[in-house]
Each structure stands twice: as C-alpha cells, then as structure tokens.
Design a protein around this ligand. Sequence first.
Ligand code: GKR
Ligand code: MG
Length: 422
Amino acid sequence: MTKQIRVGEVRVTPIAFRDPPLLNVAGVHEPWALRSIIEVITEDGRVGLGESYGDLETLADLAACAAILPGLDPFDLNGLRRRVSQTLSGHDEDPAVIPPSGTRRVNVSFGAFEVAMLDLQAQAAGIPLHALLGGAVRDRVPYSAYLFYKFARHHGDPGYPTDSWGEVLSHAQMVDETRRMIGAYGFGSIKLKGGVFEPDYEIETLRALRTAFPDHPLRIDPNGGWSVATTLRVLPQLDGLLEYLEDPTGTLAEMGEVAKHASMPLATNMVTVEFGHIPETLRLNAVQVILSDHHYWGGLRASQNLAALGRVFGLGISMHSNSHLGISLAAMTHMGATLPNLTYAADTHYPWQEDEVIQGGKLRFEGGCLALPAGPGLGVTLDRVALASLHANYLACGIRRRDDGTEMRKHVPDWQGGGPRF
Ligand code: GKR
Ligand code: MG
C-alpha cells in the first residue's frame, strides 16, 4: 500500500532578474524582467517547482489558488483544475460549452501549479518528468537563435553592469549578434524579432542573415505590427526566405486574409492561444504553425494535447517563449522531448538571461539543443540564496507590470506604439 501524498504548503515568490534592452513592437525591455517561482511542498517535505509570469494580476491569481491547494493529492490534476477554476471564475468549467472560451486566467494558474504537481508525481515515482509524460522520443530538444535588435544600454543606471552584446540596430550588427549566439550555443535556426523598424529594413536584415548563414532556416516575428496591406506588399520579398512568418498581423481574421496569399506557413503565439480558438483558426486556415506555451495553454499535458491536435489537423508545432529562467526551460525541454511532432526548433529567450534560480547555474545548450535534465522529476533544484537575491531585486526594482512602451519613451520621447505600427 503506497502512502498517500498531500500538499502541505504552497509558496509563490515574485522575482526580478536582469534583462537587456531588447527591442520589439511594444517598445524595449525594461532593466528587470518579472517572474514567479512556485513551490508546492508536500506534507512529507518534497518540493515540486514551477515558474510563471510575475505581473501583479498573475501574482494575485496564483496567491488565491495557492491558498486552496493544501490537502490536495498531487496526482489529482482534475481536482487542481476544479479548484483553480472555482477560485478564479467562481464556478467549475462546463464541459458542455463548446468550444471552451475565456480560459486564459485559469490556464495560466493551472499551468503554473500543474508543472509543480507533475514534478512531485515524477519524484514520487523516481522517474524523470519526460518519462511520466509518456516517454521521450528524442534525448535533446532543439532551440532556435532568438535575435533582437537592441540598444547598447538601458536608460539611466539599472544598478548592474551593461551587457556585453552592445548596440544592434544595423544589418551588420545583427549578423555579428547572430554569429556570437550561434557560435556560443550552436543553434541551427534563426528567429528575428521584428516590428521594430519598417518591414523593408527588417527584410534587408533577413537577407544579410541569409547571406551569412545560408543553411539556417529563418523566421521573422513582427508581433502583429504589420497591417494586412503592408504584409501583402512585402510578401513577395519574403518568398523563399522564411521557414515561417510569425504573427505579421494582429487578429485571426487578418492572419486568415494574409494566409490566402502567403507562400510560406504562418505561425502564431498571438491569435490562437486557447483551445477554443482552434475551430475558427482551422475554418479560416489562418495559421499553419502553432507555437505552444505551457505557461498559458494550461500546462504540459495541455501542450501535449495541442500537439496531438496539430497532428490531426496538419498544424506544425513549436514553442513560444518570454524572458524566463531554468525551471521553465527544464519544463519546456521535458515536454518538448515527448512530442513526436515538434516540427520546428523551439523559441527561448534564455541566452539573454544572466541570472538563474536553480542550483548549478545556467543550463547549457550544445549543438543548439538542450539535453534532457537528469531526473527524478524536473531534474532542477532551487538555489535558495539566488531565490532570496532575485526576490530582493523584485522588492527594490519598483516594476510591477511589464511596460515596454513607457520604457521606450525614456529613450525616444515621441515613440508611438499601438495599432499595426507599419
Ligand atoms: O520578449 O520582446 C519579447 C517578445 O516579443 C515576447 O514578448 C513575445 O511574447 O517572444 C514572444 C513572441 O514570440 O511573440
Ligand atoms: Mg511570437
């Protein structure tokens, strides 16, 4: 007879870590990126880990859910879903509502705790997380070089040394950035974060990258910063250049319009972000690749379900990323290893992060891939000194919600965001 395990205590610790001045359609990254570190501790002292967003709204949701988790069996994921749903929306989810809608808040909090519960389950079984998730179909998960235009330094003194990447605004500087990132980590494909400059300029950057890296598949992601008219105008210039075009426009209907004319697949982490969006996505044939993200799709098993749907409906699958640390990367890697149809190298911001919250420091890419963390469970352990120091950063930095636009106006006072910028 196995001993019943129960959740005893749940801790959610907001942290802030150093982030370089990376540019995107919404402005520029602030000096500190926010995150939350989740610890689900069983009555017998085992610790399951999770990592999620660190904005005030998510922290409030996580705190509300944390309060009602003690007593739960870490194997009872349906019980977790019920408790999270009741806490955040006041009722159970109704399976008769088809397609499901408006589940993002529930998905985010559920996903954060689900990873920690799965970590506990796998630890209890003495197996790595990927084994619990059905077994690895690959022993290394491929990631892509995620390139950003960037300023040399933050506005004002962030209280830590300037990053070593320097300014990256010209095509030549971007080629140098790429050479350094690929040289250090061996990535086999390239994603350019767009939506910063006029599309024609960013396409020239892509051409420079194509010349410098003739064998690396290329992607560009303007985060919905292009209008349909602009996208249709520049599409011919992108013919034969891209493995996929990510979120050129900002709505499902617009992506459907662009898809009618695009020779390359369209990808998204912006317009198809819940299971309830899939019927309309298919009806419009709006995207051909979905970038899954366990932080908002509702955890690792939901991401596997998404990949299974991708297989049924012929959608490519990859992974989306925000600024994150090693607990998220470990979870992405365990899950990614179990997907037979991880059709593209996954995104990760990880190379841009210097801080870490796990023991042993940064996880290491080799040949553009991350080897599966050794188990049991997630295979990573909290560095409590680092956690305390990153929490102290959070308390001191004053940032409580990401606001790239306000940060950008410190550099360029008349900078305008909003709408499709181009
Ligand atoms: O961190 O600047 C950024 C990215 O633009 C991020 O916010 C996006 O969510 O990486 C993401 C994406 O692929 O859209
Ligand atoms: Mg994207």
